[in-house]
Write a protein that binds this ligand. Structure first.
Ligand code: ACO
Length: 323
């Protein structure tokens, strides 16, 4: 008998304000055509004034609880992946805990930027396998619109706000790669690369700051590292790209998504793509894509999924799971 962390439910929430590329044409010197051809993004959502990451995360969590047929009393822990917590502290996870009326268990944030949800899944899996918790509510929620420099056209057209959530539950498996649940994870970071993607604010500066990115450099690392980590985690459990039903990538740029699929020799009809509708929602993008993929009827029980992501740090990694 092997303990597994199995997906019990997913959900997502997008703010009301839908912003098509054409709306950004009036803010910076850009065009719908440039944004679509360079990134694949057609639209994104922005949180309303005063609407915070914990607000979005709470709504996604409620949707996941409903999908799982569970109540908040059934949850032992909340892990929120985010780089845009409402305040420096307390964690936005504890704010969501309070919003949901959860009065026991524990909640904390994980900060691994766009790779945050992959790191959250790996950590939740470890907590379940070690007996610390039986059911964990994982959330990826972000309000990156609040980190944009609206004079920098090379970044402000790429990001959006949103939240996705997943409930993982302890289950018994037979210890083979046919089990449902998380089968393998592969995590990395390289702090030497901090200057290619960062926010120029924080506690040490006294300001929130703006996102700064050397797009071409990030692109190069993404193409190189994402297929490699996906292969590594598949290899850990004796699987290959041929076994994969769905790649669920971090949704940053269609060219990175296509490049990674090509390197993995997986055709694009086996890739969940939502970047056109959400833009880059950082740690929210994978749970959003999982929830939308399930809603579309693409992801079904028993399917083998690989999620992979790269973000500031650099941080990157992948998780293999059977739905
Ligand atoms: N509209 C019009 N022109 C623009 C815009 C814009 N919004 N932004 C930049 N340009 C211009 C540039 O100024 C440049 O002009 P120049 O040649 O006169 O100097 C030209 O377009 C080309 O710019 P490049 O940077 O060469 O464009 P590139 O093809 O590299 O695409 C992009 C830029 C989309 C940012 C790409 O490099 C990329 O996707 N990088 C990866 C970024 C990413 O995915 N980051 C997220 C991962 S991590 C995370 O999610 C936090």
């Amino acid at each position: 008998m092997t303990i597994r962390a199995v997906v019990k439910g997913v959900g997502h929430y997008l703010p009301e304000r839908l912003v098509p590329n054409t709306e950004l044409e009036s803010l910076v010197e850009t065009s719908d055509e440039w944004i679509r051809s360079r990134s694949g993004i057609e639209r994104r959502y922005f949180a309303a004034e005063g609407q915070t990451t914990s607000d979005l995360g709470t709504r996604a969590a409620q949707a996941a609880l409903e999908d799982a047929g569970l109540k908040i009393e059934d949850i032992d822990a909340i892990i929120l992946a985010t780089s845009t917590a409402d305040l420096t502290f307390p964690s936005a996870a504890t704010m969501i805990q309070a919003n949901l009326g959860m009065v026991r268990g524990f909640a904390f944030d994980i900060q691994a930027v766009c790779a945050g949800f992959v790191f959250a899944m790996a950590n939740a899996n470890a907590l379940i396998l070690s007996g610390q918790a039986n059911r964990i509510l994982l959330i990826g929620a972000e309000t990156f619109s609040k980190l944009m420099d609206w004079k920098d056209r090379s970044t402000c057209v790429l990001f959006g706000d949103g939240a996705g959530a997943m409930i993982l539950e302890r289950a018994e498996g037979n210890g083979t790669n046919t089990d449902r649940g998380i089968l393998a994870a592969d995590l990395h970071s390289d702090g030497r690369q901090k200057d290619i993607l960062y926010v120029d604010g924080g506690v040490s500066t006294g300001i929130t700051g703006h996102l700064r990115m050397q797009g071409k450099e990030v692109f190069r690392h993404a193409i190189e590292k994402l297929a490699e980590t996906a292969h590594s985690s598949l290899e850990k459990v004796g699987l290959t790209s041929d076994d994969v039903d769905w790649i669920v990538p971090h949704q940053a740029n269609i060219r990175i998504i296509e490049g990674t699929a090509k390197r993995m020799q997986v055709s694009m009809d086996r890739v969940i793509v939502t970047v056109q509708d959400h833009g880059n929602t950082s740690a929210a993008s994978i749970p959003l894509a999982l929830s939308v993929g399930k809603q579309r009827g693409q992801i079904n029980q028993g399917d083998l999924l690989v999620t992979e992501a790269i973000g500031g740090g650099l941080t990157w990694g992948s998780v293999v799971l059977r739905w």
